[in-house]
Design a protein around this ligand. Sequence first.
Ligand SMILES: NC(=O)c1ccc[n+]([C@@H]2O[C@H](COP(=O)([O-])OP(=O)(O)OC[C@H]3O[C@@H](n4cnc5c(N)ncnc54)[C@H](OP(=O)(O)O)[C@@H]3O)[C@@H](O)[C@H]2O)c1
Length: 340
Amino acid sequence: MSSPENERIVISRYGPPDVLALVREAVPVPQPGEVRVKVQAAGVSFGDVAQRANLFFAGAPPLPYTPGYDVVGWVDGIGDGVAEYAVGDRVVALTMFGGYARYVCVPSEWLVKISPELDAAPAVAAVLNYTTAWQMLRRVARVGRGNTVLVYGASGGVGSALLDLARYLQIEVVAAASKRWHSELRDVAALLFDERDPTSADTVRRFRPGGYDAAFDGIGGSHIWKTRSFVAAHGKVVAFGVSGAVKPGGKRRLTEVARLALLLGFARLWPRPSVELYAMDQKIKVRRQEIKDDVREVIALLAAGAIVPRIGATFPLREAARAHQLLESRTNIGKVVLLP
Ligand SMILES: NC(=O)c1ccc[n+]([C@@H]2O[C@H](COP(=O)([O-])OP(=O)(O)OC[C@H]3O[C@@H](n4cnc5c(N)ncnc54)[C@H](OP(=O)(O)O)[C@@H]3O)[C@@H](O)[C@H]2O)c1
């Protein structure tokens, strides 16, 4: 009988989606302290698209490397010294890199056990996207029932997680999304607007003349300046991405990154409303336990049916380039997932 083969996707060089290449190799052997996961679903994030465009500043591995922030799967190999997991356990992990694979080895302390009953795609959506959204709502902006917040990119993976968690937390949301999604999102936001509409800024201001309690902006760059103008003096802008700096085809606008850095510096001098950067890539290096606790909390909400991740599209692992094209095209809604 032939032994199983691993398949994984690598970013072979910076550039358009077709720089993603398939590598076939032996299944990896877990090192001491590691567990091998047979991947059922791997999340695709706009962060992967940014990495492919060479817009990642938290220390990616040298090229060629496998992207992929999160996986759900089954434990199918155990390294020396791992006592708390057994072959057959169902787990999720924030791998940060390496998720686009059939098999991935992960330090055992990165794993969270989940029920075998949970569907794979919603479970993986809960890992990066919902945990990012949960941390930003609860730990950074510290908003809750009775607050009103502004969410940009509401149709996307993190955006739809922010809306779903805000509904659960009874937070009122005003949300920016392309017009094509407004009928789909009608029930999950108090007000929807498309920034391409020239009257949208007035509409957003009129809805909350005193300013919003928080705003969540994954577009970054000069866009943050506009976002800040809608927020109350006591409120907070949470800057969590630079989608606006990524152009289709793997091209980048570094001036947008510079503008974000400038605003973050400026906001220290003029701190009301405050602007805070949220970057899980950095935070996980020093606060993995806290993030893991939040993954557990979000997975418990999923298991209880309190949150319902929106899955926009699934692709076979080998079609990762198509998944990236979809994200670049801004015609996706919800989480995009690879199924090895
Ligand atoms: N800080 C963190 O730890 C963290 C974690 C996860 C993700 N992120 C970041 O969060 C952002 C969203 O990630 P995601 O995976 O949710 O992406 P996604 O699923 O592609 O969603 C992003 C949404 O934003 C809107 N958008 C995209 N480009 C835009 C642009 N140039 N200008 C205005 N709107 C734009 C699009 O919605 P419409 O077309 O409907 O407007 C899109 O659906 C990315 O910047 C990503 O890097 C950060």
